[in-house]
Design a protein around this ligand. Structure first.
Ligand code: IPE
Ligand code: IPE
Ligand code: MG
Length: 243
């Protein structure tokens, strides 16, 4: 029998998939558990998603793990999330490296507790020569923060207005050497972007699923790829111009 994976056109797999991992809290609440239980179980979905991305030949996988706005959550939840980040990275980095994963981050690492910042810097250093897939964690990230920072740095560099092009702006973003995602996935049924990669997703295909993040599976990832492949990406042109 043909599996979902078999249905993917391997010649038309997006190079970069970005994911808004949402719904951990609701998943836990549905089970009468604390929100953090949802985050703990969400780690398994990160594993499955990475595995599915590797299997299908995706070259960049960006995961929205903690937004700038998430600093407004109850302090207990923030602390638990930061601890979970440190323990997960400590436990997984060796295995990730074996699989050829280059771990990277986008966002304001300086805003993280120093233990988390140090761990992320170490993991990036340790995996920097790997080239099978780039796993990019968005941590203390938001688009408005990123774009504001870019503007400040452009002004600081005294770049004249006539030199400011889209390519130059791109150079000042956290994602400067990462291609734009062709596909953005959001779980949990929320149909919004929540300040994620707003410059980079200008022409991304958007895929929303009601599945809560701890339930997201390899198969769901493959389904998102298949849906992506059914879309006609016109980039402003007309259908007849697309071969
Ligand atoms: C996503 O799940 C994880 C983070 C934002 C860190 P949520 O924690 O937002 O779960 P819901 O949306 O409240 O269900
Ligand atoms: C977006 O989810 C941020 C992450 C997945 C890290 P949120 O749950 O924080 O987004 P909103 O508040 O529902 O838009
Ligand atoms: Mg949420």
């Amino acid at each position: 029998m043909r599996t979902v994976f078999d249905k993917i056109d391997k010649k038309n797999v997006p190079q970069h998939v970005a994911v808004i991992m949402d719904g951990n809290g609701r998943w836990a609440k549905n089970r009468g558990e604390e929100r953090i239980f949802g985050h703990l179980n969400g780690v398994e979905s990160v594993r499955s998603t990475l595995k599915a991305a590797l299997k299908s030949g995706v070259r960049f996988l960006t995961l929205y793990a903690f937004s700038t706005e998430n600093w407004n959550r109850p302090q207990d939840e923030i602390n638990a999330l930061m601890e979970l980040l440190v323990t997960t990275i400590s436990n997984e980095v060796e295995e990730l490296s074996k699989q050829g994963v280059r771990l990277r981050t986008i966002g304001d690492l300086d805003a993280l507790p120093s233990s988390a910042k140090i761990k992320m810097l170490e993991a990036q250093e340790q995996t920097k020569s790997n080239s099978k897939i780039d796993l990019i964690l968005a941590l203390s990230y938001s688009s408005r923060w990123e774009i504001t920072r870019a503007i400040k740095n452009i002004v600081d560099a005294k770049i004249p207005a006539n030199k400011i092009t889209e390519e130059l702006v791109n150079e000042y973003l956290c994602t400067k050497d990462i291609p734009d995602p062709e596909l953005l996935v959001r779980t949990s049924g929320e149909i919004r972007v929540s300040n994620f990669l707003m410059w980079q997703i200008a022409y991304s295909e958007l895929y929303f699923t009601p599945t809560l993040w701890p339930e997201f599976s390899e198969e769901e990832f493959f389904k998102a790829l298949i849906e992506y492949q059914s879309r006609e990406r016109r980039f402003g042109k007309i259908s007849e111009q697309i071969t």
